[in-house]
Design a protein around this ligand. Structure first.
Ligand code: ZN
Length: 326
């Protein structure tokens, strides 16, 4: 802009209403955010790019710009792509709002509140949340060694967002189960944690030997020792897998065996998880894994999650299937 026109623009600023000033401020801020977001996205290509369609990396050339991002073309298969192709964030709009949205996630805001603060529709807020969580959902410990602790936690099943097939009358958000303990309204989750802090969790159909064995088999090293609160199905699963099992007997007041065998770490983790989940007022069961992943992401960090780190995490997933979630 020419300096004369710019001076005129500045003179005009005095005439703005407070609301208009606020809108200009937001617009400028959003513009900064877009630059930051685009820099974070383009950084993915710094380590060398390969074609998301055929995997070739020899004939990748720059091919113009699209939606503010560098576009590339593969000389082998002629496919065009950008740094977002294949990530959970591909084709999402409003990049200028992503950082303020991930800030809401860093602040553990609900979908509704985040939508309100970022001025996006609730459905957009919902879609963004689960896209940003797509990688953290996949990132769980694949092997526990040494002393591993296992415990179950139960989450009230939510049918929120399911328009059809509701098996019973809708319950008020975050309501209480009518039946205490394990019932058809509760989704069981197995949480396993070893003494180095490696954590894995599994949404189970049912707490029984079959489901527990399937979850534990690839996870627990054969020379690991599994501690539990003595759940019978877990004992049966450990026996089947040939894992040494040290059950503590909480009801008999025995909390620690041999000074080291206990479930205090996994219990504490479960308590923090349940406490943290409360603020979301009930999560639909099919999205529970994303929240479990989110919690693991929080627990892995020594500092609070930053909006940039949430964004960067989502960008590390490069084989995201659009059909997985909308
Ligand atoms: Zn290709």
């Amino acid at each position: 802009m020419e300096s004369k026109a710019f001076k005129e623009l500045l003179a005009e600023l005095d005439k703005l209403t407070p609301q208009q000033k606020k809108e200009i401020e937001e617009q400028l801020h959003r513009h900064d955010d877009i630059q930051t977001v685009i820099a974070l996205i383009e950084k993915r290509m710094d380590t060398g790019s390969s074609c998301p369609k055929c995997g070739s990396s020899t004939k990748i050339i720059r091919w113009g710009l699209s939606a503010g991002l560098q576009r590339y073309r593969c000389g082998e298969c002629k496919a065009t792509f950008n740094a977002l192709t294949g990530t959970p964030l591909a084709r999402l709009r409003h990049k200028g709002k992503w950082l303020s949205y991930t800030q809401q996630m860093a602040d553990n805001q609900s979908i509704r509140k985040s939508a309100h603060i970022c001025s996006v529709h609730r459905n957009t807020s919902f879609r963004w949340r689960h896209r940003f969580l797509a990688l953290s959902n996949e990132q769980k410990a694949t092997s526990l060694t040494g002393i591993a602790e296992a415990d179950e936690a139960f989450f009230l099943e939510s049918f929120k967002g399911k328009k059809r097939g509701m098996p019973r009358a809708a319950r008020k958000r975050g309501g209480k189960a009518t039946k205490r303990g394990l019932s058809s309204e509760q989704t069981p989750v197995l949480i396993c944690r070893d003494r180095t802090g490696c954590t894995a969790d599994f949404v189970l159909k049912k707490i029984d030997k079959e489901n527990l064995s399937a979850a534990l088999k690839p996870l627990i090293a054969t020379d690991a020792i599994l501690c539990s609160d003595g759940e019978k199905a877990l004992a049966a699963a450990a026996r089947e897998l040939g894992i040494i099992h040290r059950p503590v007997n909480l009801s008999a007041g025995i909390r620690v065996i041999g000074k080291v065998y206990h479930v205090q770490n996994v219990n504490a983790y479960g308590s923090r998880l349940k406490q943290w989940m409360r603020q979301f007022h009930g999560v639909a069961t099919r999205y529970l894994e994303n929240y479990l992943g989110w919690r693991r992401m929080i627990e892995r960090q020594t500092e609070a999650l930053s909006p940039q780190s949430i964004l960067s995490t989502a960008l590390r997933l490069n084989n995201y299937q659009q059909s997985m979630m909308t």
